[in-house]
Design a protein around this ligand. Structure first.
Ligand code: ASP
Ligand code: MG
Length: 595
């Protein structure tokens, strides 16, 4: 007898007929002799509707009351689902988040799960009942109702699958799987057969609507095999597991985050700890920052730019407004009309020229890049919101994401079935009992790469095609570029920083000299750079982590010049002289989270 968790999103339970259809999917598994736990969302657009009601009364409603309000959506669905199952002759019982014992922290509207007690669910399952759990909600230590953030039912489902050591977690939704990008935006987008946890995690966290990114973090950490499939058809869907679809493709998908906001703080005193103060305040306010670019502009001053989701723009503005005077910065500005496109793929770990290809694709359709940030398996470009769709389509076609993999390619990256057998319950049980909170970040390793050099080009004209030209020239010198950061400063000037293997520096200096002649820009080199990398999962979305990394380095007087954040790795460039001590301090700082 297997244990299956089935999750039904809002569109799959939008009316009573759809609730009945979902109930039949659970019954099918039950009749096959399996135990079934259903996790359901609020019906249709109910959550949006409730939010609108609150906003009719207040511009910034109390967050505790918002969670109280929004949790009612799921409570309606669980009761109706139980009624539907009983009407079809099956025993069922519904539970709210509190009743199943989903304990969270007290961060209203984006609470994190700390623990789940499985006793009550197991008893009901043993009595032959189909268990129906409310998605998206839990309670904190004071019994306040909390919610996990929009789309959080996915996270509930995968977390329950992990805690119950389920054999599978099926996510039923209104699309028939994971696509190379949103097919409503790019019609050529294609359903992928399978995708690796790491790729899905970055795509989801970069805006791919299909799964809540924290749910993938869970799945990876606890080895839950997730099957995304359509509620309305029997199409094969997409399996999210340890294996990529193609072993050798540089890019597996592209994501668009339409509602991004860029924040730049100008003229920040360039002393250790100052920029850190800014990020610590943002972390305290639980505002996730994504792309981060720092660059020296005038003597002793640096500009810091970062992006946040537009939902957080208001809070970020408050934080920045307060801190500008305090840290002695000159000014700040906020651009709320930007969007971020990202390409993701495990294959880019071993391939060169991937970023360059993206820059070309954007340049050829006349899109100006406002910011660039790269990490090991992800490249993001910030563009004007009006250019976003054009940019996404260009990226999708440049990497031929519409082309189906061949049978041979699929076989070459096979192993998904092997994973089911390998799913190691003992390991995940240990992990669950070890983590104080199920959603705590997990650190796998902390590495130091000493052979790096950093190159910065200052005051380049911020025009379409700039990054393409710069990296074409660099590539002509056969140089392998690692991290790339571009930021737009004041007066329509851009700075580009990148890192290279140290022994390539001489070639790059020559290239940079020529670029400076062409553009009238300045360059700066650091031949003694080192890269410190923290690997794990959930590193970007755990807002406090990057800050702890900066603080730890700052306290050891280590100056950080380049920052790159993704879900699976957080990397910084530091002075080589501080590499070893920096690594030791980080190992100490993250000892609790390291396995
Ligand atoms: N009902 C919640 C929302 O719309 C949770 C979910 O659907 O996953 O965000
Ligand atoms: Mg939803």
């Amino acid at each position: 007898m297997a244990l299956i968790v089935q999750k039904f999103g809002g569109t799959s339970v939008a009316d009573t007929q759809k609730i009945l259809a979902a109930a039949r999917k659970a019954i099918r598994e039950r009749r096959a002799g399996n135990q079934v736990v259903m996790v359901v969302s609020a019906m249709g657009k109910q959550t949006d509707h409730l939010i609108e009601l609150a906003h009719e009364l207040s511009e910034h409603p109390n967050t505790r009351e918002m969670d109280m309000l929004l949790s009612t959506g799921e409570q309606v669905t669980i009761a109706l689902m139980a009624i539907a199952l009983e009407s079809l002759g099956y025993k069922a019982v519904s539970f709210t988040g509190a009743q199943i014992g989903i304990r969270t922290d007290a961060t209203y509207s984006r609470a994190r799960i700390r623990s789940i007690s499985t006793d009550r669910m197991k008893r009901a399952l043993d009595e032959g009942k189909i268990v129906i759990a409310a998605g998206f909600q839990g309670i904190d230590d004071d019994f306040n109702i909390t919610t996990l953030g929009r789309g959080g039912s996915d996270t509930t489902a995968v977390a329950l699958a992990a805690a119950l050591q389920a054999d599978r977690c099926d996510i039923y939704t209104d699309v028939d799987g994971v696509y190379t990008t949103d097919p409503r935006v790019v019609p050529e987008a294609r359903r992928v057969e399978r995708i690796s946890y790491d790729e899905m995690l970055e795509l989801a966290s970069m805006g791919a609507g299909v799964m809540h990114s924290r749910s993938i973090e869970f799945a990876k950490k606890f080895g839950v095999l997730v099957h995304v499939r359509s509620s309305f058809s029997d199409n094969p869907g997409t399996v999210i597991g340890p294996n990529p679809e193609r072993a050798d493709a540089p890019v597996c998908g592209a994501a668009l985050a339409k509602d991004e906001t860029r924040v730049s703080v100008y003229g920040v005193p360039d002393k250790p700890g100052v920029a850190m103060k800014l990020f610590s305040r943002l972390a305290d306010a639980k505002i996730p920052t994504d792309m981060i670019a720092q660059s020296s502009s005038a003597a002793g001053k640096t500009d810091v730019s970062f992006t946040v989701q537009s939902d957080d723009a208001y809070k970020a503005k408050e934080v920045v407004e307060n801190i500008v005077g305090e840290i002695g910065a000159e000014s700040y500005d906020i651009d709320e009309k930007v969007a971020k496109i990202s390409i993701v793929g495990l294959g880019m770990l071993h391939q060169t020229g991937v970023a360059q290809k993206l820059f070309h694709a954007l340049s050829e359709c006349g899109v100006n890049i406002i910011m660039i940030a790269t990490s090991d398996i992800k490249i993001s470009a910030l563009v004007n919101r009006d250019d976003a769709v054009k940019a996404l389509r260009a990226a999708h076609s440049a990497f031929q994401l519409d082309v189906e993999p061949t049978k041979e390619e699929l076989e070459a990256s096979d192993g998904v079935n092997a994973t089911v057998a390998n799913f190691d319950h003992a390991v995940s049980a240990r992990l669950i009992s070890h983590l104080a909170g199920m959603e705590d970040v997990v650190v796998e390793s902390i590495d130091l790469d000493e052979g790096q050099a950093r190159v910065t080009l200052y005051s380049l004209p911020d025009v379409p095609g700039l990054a393409a030209t710069v990296f074409d020239r660099v590539a002509e010198g056969r140089v392998i570029v690692d991290m790339i950061v571009q930021s737009s400063g004041r007066d329509n000037l851009a700075n580009i920083t990148f890192t290279i293997p140290r022994d390539e520096l001489e070639a790059v200096v020559a290239v940079a000299d020529r670029l400076c002649e062409t553009y009238g820009c300045n360059s700066e080199f650091d031949a003694r750079a080192a890269k410190l990398t923290v690997r794990g999962s959930g590193l970007r979305s755990h807002t406090g982590l990057a800050f702890r990394m900066f603080r730890t380095l700052g306290e050891g007087n280590v100056n950080v010049s380049v920052i790159s954040l993704s879900e699976r790795c957080a990397a910084v460039i530091v002075d080589e002289a501080h590499g070893k001590s920096g690594r030791e301090n980080l190992i100490k700082e993250f000892s609790e989270e390291t396995f």
